[in-house]
Design a protein around this ligand. Structure first.
Ligand code: PRP
Length: 209
C-alpha cells in the first residue's frame, strides 16, 4: 500500500489533529516533539506528515503532494482551492469578525473605510456583497495593530478567546461567521488511493468530538 501524506501546520491545530488521529489508532504523538524537521512519520510508517504554513495547507493538497490536510475554514475560504472539504473536525473553533475601536465603523459616507486583514479575498467578497467601497490593506500578522496605529479603521480577523482585542482596547464590531478546522482531501488521491483514504476519513469522522 502506498503511503498517505498529511499536511499539517505547527501549533494548536496540529496538536488537536494528532490527538484525534491517536484516537483513530494512528501512533503519531512523536510528530509533536520539538524538532526543525519538516517531514515526519507515524510509528508504523503508514503516514507521512509534512509541516507547512497554515495558509499553505490547501496549496499542498491541491497540488497532490499532500493527499490530506487539516486547516481552518477561514483559510479554506480565503485560498479557494480545488480540493474536497470532507469533514468539520470541530476543533480550532473561533469567529471571523470585524473589529476595531468602538467608533471604528462611524466614518462619513464620503470617506472610504480602510480595512486591514490577512484575509484579502474574503474581505473583498464580503464588502462587494454589501456594496461597500473599502480600501483593503494586507497584513500577515498582528493585525490588531491596524486601528491602534491608524493604519486602518477596522480589521477583519479571527477572534478566539478575545484576549488580543481586549488587551488592545479593541472590540468586536460584527461577527461574520464561525470558523473551525476542516479535513481536506486531494481530488485525485480520493480516487487513486480510495482504499486508504475513504476508511481513514470514516474513522476520523467517527472519532470527532
Ligand atoms: C490570531 C488572530 C488574532 C488572535 C486572536 O493571531 O489573528 O490576532 O489570534 O486570538 P485571541 O482572540 O485568542 O486573542 P495569531 O495568534 O495566529 O498570530 P498572528 O497575529 O501572527 O497572525
Amino acid at each position: 500500500m502506498s503511503e498517505i501524506t498529511i499536511a499539517l501546520s505547527k501549533g494548536r491545530l496540529a496538536e488537536n489533529a494528532v490527538e484525534l488521529f491517536e484516537k483513530c489508532g494512528i501512533k503519531c504523538k512523536n510528530i509533536l516533539q520539538p524538532t526543525r524537521k519538516l517531514v515526519l512519520f507515524d510509528d508504523d510508517k503508514r503516514y507521512r506528515f509534512i509541516f507547512v504554513k497554515p495558509s499553505d495547507v490547501p496549496t499542498y493538497v491541491e497540488h497532490g503532494v499532500a493527499d490530506i490536510g487539516v486547516c481552518g475554514s477561514d483559510t479554506l475560504n480565503e485560498e479557494d482551492k480545488n480540493i474536497y472539504e470532507m469533514l468539520d473536525l470541530k476543533f480550532g473553533a473561533c469567529r471571523l469578525c470585524l473589529a476595531g475601536k468602538e467608533n471604528g465603523l462611524n466614518k462619513p459616507v464620503s470617506k472610504t473605510l480602510i480595512v486591514a486583514t490577512k484575509y484579502i479575498n474574503t474581505a473583498k467578497k464580503l464588502f462587494q456583497e454589501r456594496e461597500i467601497n473599502v480600501e483593503l490593506i494586507k497584513l500577515n500578522g498582528s493585525v490588531e495593530l491596524g486601528p491602534i496605529v491608524g493604519l486602518s479603521d477596522i480589521i477583519l480577523d479571527i477572534v478566539e478567546s478575545g484576549k488580543t482585542l481586549k488587551e488592545n482596547n479593541l472590540h468586536i464590531l460584527e461577527e461574520i461567521c464561525p470558523v473551525s478546522a476542516r479535513l481536506v482531501v486531494n481530488k485525485v488521491s480520493l480516487k487513486t488511493k480510495a482504499e486508504q483514504i475513504k476508511p481513514f476519513v470514516k474513522l476520523v469522522a467517527e472519532n470527532i468530538q
